[in-house]
Design a protein around this ligand. Structure first.
Ligand code: FAD
Length: 297
C-alpha cells in the first residue's frame, strides 16, 4: 500500500494546506445567469482565494465581465478577478477597462493577450496602438494600479510558440513585468505540467504556476475546447469515455474519477494551489474540493 504523502495526510486530518480558485464565464442569457449565480453561491462558501470571470473573444463581454466580477464581490464577499485581453482595442481603451475595474474595487486581473476573432488557430494581429502581448499588458496594468495579476502558462507550449525557449522566456517576461502567478491552460497528462515546472525552475521562475483543472462535464465539448486551444487529449482518456455518449450517469462517474485521479496525483507531487475551470457548474468542483478537505465554512 502506498504511504500517503504529507499533503494527502493533512487533507485527511482536515488541516488542509490547499488554496483553490474558480473560473467562470460571463453568462449570456437569463437562464445562464441563473445557473451562474447558483454555482457561485454554492462555491463561495468554500472560501476560494478568488473567483475569476473570463473575457469574451475580442472583448465582446467587456461590460458583462465587469458587472459579474463586481456583483460576485458585492454578493459573496469573495475576491473576484477579471480576465482582460489585448484584442481589438487600443491601449487607451484597454486602460479605460482597467480604470473601471479599479473604480469598482476589483484588485485582481488575469492578463492575457487573447485570440483573434477568427479563433486561436489564426495569427494574432496587434490592434494599431494596442498592446502587442500579455507582457506589455501586465506592464500597462501595473502603471495604473497595484493589482494582483495572473498570467497564462501552457503545459504543452502555446501553439504559436516556435520552441520551449521562446515559451519560457515569454512566461518569464510576463512575470517579471509584474504578475504574481501563472495559471495553466487545461491539461490531462500531469507529466506535461511537471515538465513545465522543471523548465520554469531552470529559468529561475519562482512564482507559483497554478494548474488549471478542467473537469470533463462533456467529453465531446471538452475535446472540442481542447483542440481549439492546443491541449491534447491522450488516447487513454478518449478510451475511458468511448461509447458513453448516451450514458450520462456513467459519463459523470468516469469524469469524477478522472478529475480526482489528476488532482490527487498533483497533491502527491506536493501541489497545493488549484484553479478549477467550472464552466459555471458547481458539482464537480464541490466534489474535488471535498477530496482536498476544502469544505464550506
Ligand atoms: P502571450 O503570453 O502574450 O503570448 C502567447 C504566445 O505568443 C507566447 O507563448 C509566445 O510564443 C508568443 N509571443 C508573445 N510575445 C512574444 C514575443 N515578444 N516574441 C516572441 N513570441 C512571443 N482568452 C480570452 O479571450 N479570454 C479569457 O478570459 C482567457 N482566459 C484565459 C485564462 C487562462 C488561465 C489561459 C491559460 C488562457 C486564457 N485565454 C483567454 C486564452 C489566451 O488568450 C490565449 O491562449 C492566447 O492565444 C494567448 O494569450 P497569452 O496571454 O498566453 O499570450
Amino acid at each position: 500500500m502506498n504511504v500517503p504523502s504529507e499533503a494527502r495526510a493533512s487533507r485527511q486530518t482536515g488541516a488542509h494546506p490547499f488554496q483553490v480558485s474558480f473560473e467562470f464565464f460571463p453568462p449570456k442569457t437569463d437562464a445562464m445567469e441563473e445557473r451562474f449565480w447558483e454555482s457561485v453561491h454554492k462555491l463561495a462558501p468554500l472560501k476560494p482565494r478568488f473567483v475569476s470571470v473570463t473575457y469574451g473573444a475580442g472583448g465582446s463581454t467587456r461590460e458583462r465581465t465587469l458587472r459579474m466580477v463586481s456583483q460576485v464581490k458585492a454578493e459573496t464577499g469573495v475576491d473576484a478577478a477579471a480576465h482582460l485581453t489585448c484584442v481589438g482595442a487600443s491601449r487607451d481603451e484597454v486602460d479605460q477597462v482597467v480604470h473601471a475595474y479599479k473604480t469598482a474595487g476589483i484588485k485582481r486581473i488575469v492578463a492575457l493577450r487573447g485570440d483573434p476573432p477568427g479563433g486561436p488557430g489564426q495569427p494574432f494581429v496587434q490592434h494599431p496602438g494596442g498592446y502587442a502581448n500579455a507582457a506589455e499588458l501586465v506592464a500597462g496594468i501595473r502603471r495604473i494600479g497595484d493589482f494582483d495579476i495572473s498570467v497564462a502558462a501552457y503545459p504543452e507550449k502555446h501553439p504559436q510558440s516556435p520552441n520551449w525557449d521562446v515559451e519560457i522566456d515569454n512566461l518569464k517576461r510576463k512575470l517579471d513585468a509584474g504578475a504574481t502567478r501563472a495559471i495553466t491552460q487545461m491539461f490531462f497528462d500531469n507529466n506535461d505540467y511537471f515538465e513545465l515546472l522543471d523548465r520554469a525552475a531552470k529559468a529561475g521562475i519562482s512564482a507559483p504556476i497554478v494548474p488549471g483543472i478542467q473537469p470533463i462535464h462533456s467529453f465531446k465539448q471538452i475535446s472540442s475546447f481542447a483542440a481549439k486551444c492546443g491541449a491534447s487529449i491522450p488516447d487513454w482518456l478518449a478510451a475511458r469515455f468511448d461509447g458513453l455518449e448516451d450514458d450520462p450517469e456513467t459519463h459523470a462517474l468516469v469524469a469524477s474519477a478522472v478529475a480526482a485521479e489528476q488532482v490527487l496525483e498533483l497533491v502527491d507531487a506536493g501541489i497545493t494551489q488549484f484553479h478549477f475551470l467550472t464552466l459555471n457548474r458547481s458539482n464537480f468542483v464541490l466534489a474535488l474540493a471535498r477530496l482536498l478537505g476544502v469544505r464550506p465554512s
